[in-house]
Ligand binder design. Structure first.
Ligand code: CTP
Ligand code: MG
Length: 233
């Protein structure tokens, strides 16, 4: 039984603003991608890491990652047009003996290795799929144009993080199904757990970690810098 971590890292990072692809932007002296790989590499459960890199930067990412020492094997594949395609490409390269797959965004550089292990253990103990979740701070409303349609019950809402964990067969089946979906139907499913849910697989929710937040906008990068400084102090 082996566990692989897929790191989708092929996005442009448009919401972060102009510049190089988000996964390659620097946080505390190292690219976000290096931090994200460290999080899964330091987890005891992970044997193998596959990075889906920006397609034009595969060689540069391979060179970058060769400068670091990793406990696990780390491979790089070209990512795709959207996040689903990037994950699917990495999934297609996994060796046959991998039976547990974690998917972890390069954009979540500070996820604790303990969280990675907790997700992996949930799958090893029999769940088909697992996501870390955190309560919401803001009230959430459904809005159409400038009209509020309704207010959702915050007590039953959770924000979903990565790593997300899967029995390999469940994730592979869901991705094979997704490959045939029209782009507009696929684009509303924004994570891997969403794909397996559509496929009737039940997903276990475990407590997430605040530090596993996603770097999406410039403010998130400032928060990540502050957290890293505190961690290193
Ligand atoms: N991702 C990917 N391949 C894509 C698009 C996204 O591997 N074609 C990855 C990103 O690199 C990121 C993760 O999916 O690690 C989460 O996506 P997101 O935060 O949306 O990152 P970006 O798509 O890069 O950002 P933006 O949407 O602001 O452009
Ligand atoms: Mg995106």
């Amino acid at each position: 039984m082996r566990t692989a971590a897929i790191i989708p890292a092929a996005g442009r990072g448009e919401r972060l603003g102009p510049g190089i692809p988000k996964a390659l932007r620097v946080l505390g002296g190292a690219p976000l991608l290096v931090h994200a790989i460290r999080a899964v590499d330091q987890a005891r459960s992970v044997d193998l890491v596959v990075v889906a890199a920006p397609p034009d930067d595969v060689t540069a990412v391979e060179r970058l990652l060769a400068d670091y020492e990793w406990g696990s094997d780390v491979h790089v594949v070209p990512g795709g047009q959207d996040r689903h395609a990037s994950v699917a490409r990495a999934l297609a390269t996994l060796p046959a003996d991998v039976d547990v797959v974690l998917v972890h965004d390069a954009a979540r550089p500070l996820a604790p290795p303990e969280l990675v292990d907790a997700v992996a253990m949930t799958i090893r103990h029999g769940a088909d799929a697992c996501v870390p979740v955190v309560p919401l701070a803001d009230t959430v409303k459904v809005v159409a144009g400038d009209k509020v349609v309704r207010t959702l019950d915050r007590s039953e809402l959770r924000a979903v993080q990565t790593p997300q964990g899967f029995r390999r067969a469940a994730l592979a089946t869901a991705h094979a199904w997704a490959a045939g979906l029209p782009v507009d139907e696929l684009s509303v499913i924004t994570d891997d757990a969403g794909l397996v849910e559509c496929h009737g697989v039940s997903v276990v929710a475990i407590p997430g970690a605040e530090e596993a937040f996603k770097v999406t906008r410039p403010l998130d990068l400032l928060v990540a810098e502050a957290l890293l400084t505190r961690r290193r102090a």
